[in-house]
Design a protein around this ligand. Structure first.
Ligand SMILES: *Cc1c(COP(=O)(O)O)cnc(C)c1O
Length: 382
């Protein structure tokens, strides 16, 4: 599963003593993004807004730009960053707890759609806009059954169907605010059939609500959350199936939109490091790796084994064959675990370890400064 260019880059970085490193395979990202685009081209298919929070690195955004319709940002920081990297990109701005200065920034930096999370936020935005036209979607949070999903976005996200009704009067009193549609990001970790069921649920609720609000040519942002399977790095969300079916859900005059993050960029990133020490403790084998989960917090937050490939390198280092090994980092905490009791054919001190699926929610969600180890190297392969 590891590609030649990533393997070669890993060897070069090891020779130059530049590990650990994040290596991004931009060619693979381009191919994957092209596949997703291709699956969503029929009439009625949703527009794609990449969720920057999954990985906002400039080379990632620049690589994705030709294959997506826009970028979804979730803070003033992301908004300024993405505007700088992609000055002409269409932007949607969502996220809870937007401050006045962030809303002002959105008004000044040409955000196309603001996803409003509460009646108070709508009121503040209307006042800040002060007559300037603003196009908004209202974010709703529907109560449906989300059992089995990786993450249900219940709680403070958006408005429930009772609260959202309070927006009617606020909009009526602020004619410069144009309601364009409904936004709903309800869960993450959904496979294509589950995503389609959820999309239907959103449309069934939102259509009559928008109709009552007098919205013509309505827009429906159906959210992100397309499933990624860390236990099988070769599997992919079924974009062709999803694309065909979701396009058929759109009625004439409607615009659908999605905002996937993880399922777009996760496969393009690798965290490459090396085995510093190999030892047995209380009957279990441990490989201590350079770096740690302060660089890639993903396995700790998701409580999974980060998939990896061992790249054999050492000539004479101590080794283990055919036994389960726990891969840990350099942090002084038992939580610094990349993968637990994974059977390996052979692993030796000095070997390189390439962790796959490190392209999303990896470096950018990690507590980099804990223990003050050196920062990783970053490589972007074209
Ligand atoms: C995080 C987030 C996304 C992206 O979710 P993925 O699971 O990365 O696809 C999209 N929309 C909103 C509102 C989000 O908070």
């Amino acid at each position: 599963m590891i590609t030649g260019p990533v393997r070669r880059c890993a060897a070069e970085l090891a020779a130059a003593e530049e590990l650990p490193a994040f290596v991004y395979d931009l060619a693979a990202l381009r191919d994957h993004a092209a596949d997703i685009r291709e699956a969503l081209t029929s009439p009625g298919a949703p527009e794609i807004f990449y969720a920057a929070k999954a990985n906002p690195d400039a080379p990632i955004l620049e690589t994705l730009a030709p294959y997506v319709d826009g970028i979804e940002v979730a803070s003033g920081g992301e908004l300024e960053h993405v505007r700088r990297v992609l000055p002409n990109a269409r932007l949607a701005f969502g996220g809870p707890g937007k401050t006045d200065s962030e809303l002002e920034l959105a008004l000044n930096l040409g955000v196309e759609r603001i996803h409003v999370e509460s009646p108070r936020e709508l009121t503040r935005l209307a006042a800040l806009a002060d007559g300037r036209p603003v196009e908004v979607l209202l974010r709703v949070n529907l109560a449906g059954d989300r059992s089995g999903v990786a993450l249900a976005m219940s709680g403070p996200f958006g408005m429930d169907p009772v609260l959202v009704d309070a927006c009617h009067d606020i909009l009526a009193a602020a004619p410069h605010m144009r309601l364009r549609g409904i936004h709903a990001h309800l869960a993450s970790g959904l496979d294509a059939p589950a995503m389609l069921r959820q999309s239907t649920e959103i449309l069934d609720w939102a259509r009559p609500w928008l109709d009552k609000a007098g919205v013509t040519a309505p827009e429906f942002n159906l959210g992100g959350g397309m499933a990624v399977d860390y236990a099988d790095p070769t599997s992919r969300f079924d974009w062709p199936h999803y694309g065909r079916q979701v396009a058929a859900l759109a009625l004439p005059g409607e615009t659908l939109r999605i905002e996937p993050g993880r399922a777009v960029s996760v496969y393009a990133g690798w965290y490459v490091t090396e085995v510093l020490d190999l030892k047995r403790a209380h009957g279990e084998w441990y490989a201590v790796l350079r770096g740690g989960t302060m660089h890639i917090r993903t396995p700790v937050t998701k409580q999974h084994n980060q998939p990896f490939t061992v790249l054999s390198r050492a000539e004479n280092g101590p080794e283990v064959s055919g036994e389960p090994v726990t891969l840990v980092g350099q942090l002084c905490t038992p939580k610094d675990v990349f993968a637990r009791q994974v059977p390996v054919d052979r692993i030796a001190e000095g070997d390189l370890i390439a962790f796959a699926m490190a392209g999303a929610y990896a470096w950018n969600i990690s507590h980099h400064d804990f223990l003050m180890h050196p920062k990783p190297t970053f490589r972007y392969l074209d």
